[in-house]
Design a protein around this ligand. Structure first.
Ligand SMILES: CSCCC(=O)/C(O)=C/O
Ligand code: FE2
Length: 177
């Protein structure tokens, strides 16, 4: 895992867009993001039991598995959105980038590779893209039934209950540190 400020320069979303300014994992923790590196699925099983992630599935995002809809899917994942549940992703193979919004609404880019597991809280604005290898195989874990509903950012999501709770939790955390 490597986190850094997104450079905001034009160019394919799959390029690194590395500004050269690194972001410390403690800052990710302030945003409510947890990261682990697990060499095997047994470690993921232990975390899932501890955090009560009852369900999981796997997705392979690549032209080979998605064919004609690959480019469409990649664009869709890159649309800024939030979820009303935690987003838990374990990279089984390949890699990719999650961009998450900072407190000041800038993008922090998080590069994930095989063995990285990231947990994003409900209500955080984010987006995802594959990298130049065009290959991400990931396990998606869920507390309840597998559900993946992205709510694209807009006036409605700014008023969303989970968004408000997210901001409240972050405010409380910032004040305590
Ligand atoms: C790497 S899993 C596919 C992307 C996804 O599930 C998501 O919610 C992106 O924000
Ligand atoms: Fe998402």
């Amino acid at each position: 895992m490597k986190a850094y400020w997104f450079d905001n320069l034009p160019g394919d979303q799959r390029l690194p867009h590395d500004s050269g300014r690194e972001v410390d994992p403690t800052y990710l923790a302030k945003l409510g993001i947890l990261h682990y590196h697990y060499p095997d699925v047994a470690s993921v099983d232990a975390l899932a039991a501890q955090r009560q992630y009852k369900n999981r599935d796997e997705i392979t995002i690549s032209p080979a598995t998605m064919g004609d809809v690959y480019e469409e899917k990649v664009k869709m994942f890159f649309h800024e959105h939030l979820h009303e549940d935690e987003e838990i992703r374990y990279i089984l193979d390949g890699g990719g980038f999650f961009d998450v919004r900072s407190e000041g609404d800038d993008w922090v880019r998080v590069r994930l590779e095989k063995g990285d597991l990231m947990i994003m809280p409900a209500g955080i604005y984010h987006r995802f893209t594959t990298d130049e290898q065009n290959y991400t195989k990931a396990m998606r874990l869920f507390k309840e039934d597998p559900k993946w509903t992205p709510l694209n950012r807009g006036e409605e999501t700014d008023k969303n209950q989970y968004r408000k709770e997210y901001l409240k939790a972050r405010g409380a955390l910032a004040a305590a540190t």
